[in-house]
Ligand binder design. Structure first.
Ligand code: GH3
Ligand code: MG
Ligand code: MG
Length: 426
């Protein structure tokens, strides 16, 4: 980092009055400040009560080093998906919490999250500080709890036989406690920031639960291995790396199917899925329809308000398309200001009704422009429809017919819906 950049950062920190944290609403401001403050106080108390040993510091450095390597060796990806990020950091924080005095567990998230945020997504400072505070506090509590267990059950070192079993049980209980506390602290922050956030949907889906299970399980296994000998942590690094990459697979796959601007399917994914839906409709002799939707005079929106407002309008139209359709309809961005929808189990008459409902919905929308209070963008769309019939069997036939229908709608005044029969080449 250049010296001037460091100076700029430092001066931003020193000017407390300029912190974005002050702009937060009262309750959220107090809540966001609480975990870092509590963690800071707890670290202060713990530092004065900790007996410092070189062996502990070395163990801490080794585990932290392994954690930092696993973060640094994961490819940089943009911040994917909403909700909580599963970055497998607690796999390293848990053994620290169990095998070392609590102060180490509260300190460990600082470098681990600092590097993670540096590599992926920095975000607002108060959010980063909150994340560090929440993890430090949660695993500090887990550490204090573990050290309170009687030596006959748990204690500083993993024994053999039944002691190894009870020791592992105690580790698992403390991991669950740390995990739960960490999650609850973050969920409250998400809910206070956005009361409409659907936390249950974000946290209780298959991917999220799989990741939680893997993270909890790996943390416990790592603690047992490191409990036997700290140097064995090195063998855990490749496993954690694999787990981190595996967890990235599903969101990256989902991302590769999407058009990033509108969140609809991108055109190649839409085409692939539409082709197989059409083949199925031909096989089962079911009706199916394609609708091409083109925003009218969209160039004028860009010319009048700029491309950023144009993008907001595009997203609003995409949102309307998603909102108006049924769950099994397939909506994609075809390119530019053109969208495409496949309506399975729908004949021409029903498709015309659906498309017209969408058209009038978009016509009635007023899309607010953020920095020009009171100003709204209004849009209309033209829709071309083509239904599968006896002759047309291919996606290209339907698209060509829908395109002709769209052209007709444009030629006849725009803000219109028109259907055209598809002619197949059979
Ligand atoms: P028509 O009613 O005939 O469809 O007129 P139109 O202005 O909508 O059509 P035209 O093809 O002349 O212009 C399309 C415009 O859409 C031009 C292009 O700059 C704009 N556009 C395409 N993609 C994007 C995008 O991702 N963001 C923004 N802001 N504009 C886009
Ligand atoms: Mg257009
Ligand atoms: Mg166009």
């Amino acid at each position: 980092m250049e010296a001037s950049a460091i100076t700029r950062r430092l001066s931003a920190i020193i000017h407390i009055r300029n912190w974005a944290w002050w702009q937060l609403p009262g309750l959220l401001k107090a809540y966001i400040g609480l975990p870092p403050l509590a963690a800071l106080v707890a670290i202060g108390v713990a530092v004065s009560q900790t007996a410092w040993h070189v062996a502990d510091v070395l163990k801490f450095a080794l585990l932290l080093g392994c954690g930092l390597v696993s973060v640094a060796a994961t490819p940089r990806v943009a911040h994917i998906a909403g909700g909580m990020v599963r970055d497998f950091l607690t796999v390293w924080v848990l053994p620290i919490a169990i095998l070392l005095p609590p102060v180490y567990a509260m300190l460990a998230p600082v470098p681990l999250l600092w590097l993670t945020q540096r590599m992926v997504h920095r975000g607002v400072v108060y959010r980063r500080v909150f994340t560090v505070g929440a993890m430090g506090l949660a695993y500090g509590v887990a550490s204090v709890t573990f050290h309170a267990f009687p030596r006959s059950f748990a204690g500083g070192a993993i024994g053999t036989g039944t002691h190894a079993l009870s020791w592992t049980m105690a580790v698992a209980a403390c991991e669950l406690m740390g995990w739960l506390l960490h999650h609850v602290l973050i969920i409250i922050a998400i809910k206070l920031t956005d009361p409409t956030a659907k936390v249950a949907a974000l946290e209780l889906n298959r991917e999220a639960l799989q990741a939680d299970f893997a993270q909890i399980d790996l943390g416990i296994v790592m603690t047992v291995v490191v409990g036997a000998n700290p140097v064995l942590a090195i063998f855990g690094v490749p496993t954690v790396l694999l787990a981190r990459r595996f967890m990235m697979h599903a969101p990256l796959l989902a991302k590769s199917r999407m058009d990033s601007k509108t969140g609809l399917l991108n055109s190649s994914t839409w085409e692939t899925e539409a082709e197989s839906e059409i083949a199925r409709a031909v096989r089962t002799r079911s009706p199916i329809t394609v609708a091409l939707i083109d925003i009218d005079h969209f160039k004028a929106v860009n010319d009048n308000y700029g491309h950023l407002v144009g993008d907001i309008a595009l997203r609003a139209v995409a949102g309307a398309i998603k909102g108006q359709l049924r769950s099994y309809d397939l909506a994609g961005r075809f390119g530019g200001e053109e969208f495409v929808v496949l309506l399975p189990q729908t004949g021409e008459a029903d498709a015309l009704a659906i498309a017209d409902r969408l058209r009038t919905h978009i016509e009635a929308m007023a899309i607010p422009i953020e920095d020009q209070k009171g100003t709204c963008v209004r849009l209309t769309v033209s829709v071309g429809i083509a239904a599968l019939d006896g002759t047309a069997r291919e996606l290209t036939d339907l698209l060509a017919a829908a395109d002709s229908a769209l052209y007709y709608a444009k030629e006849n005044g725009r803000n219109k819906t028109h259907a055209m029969a598809a002619v197949g080449l059979r």
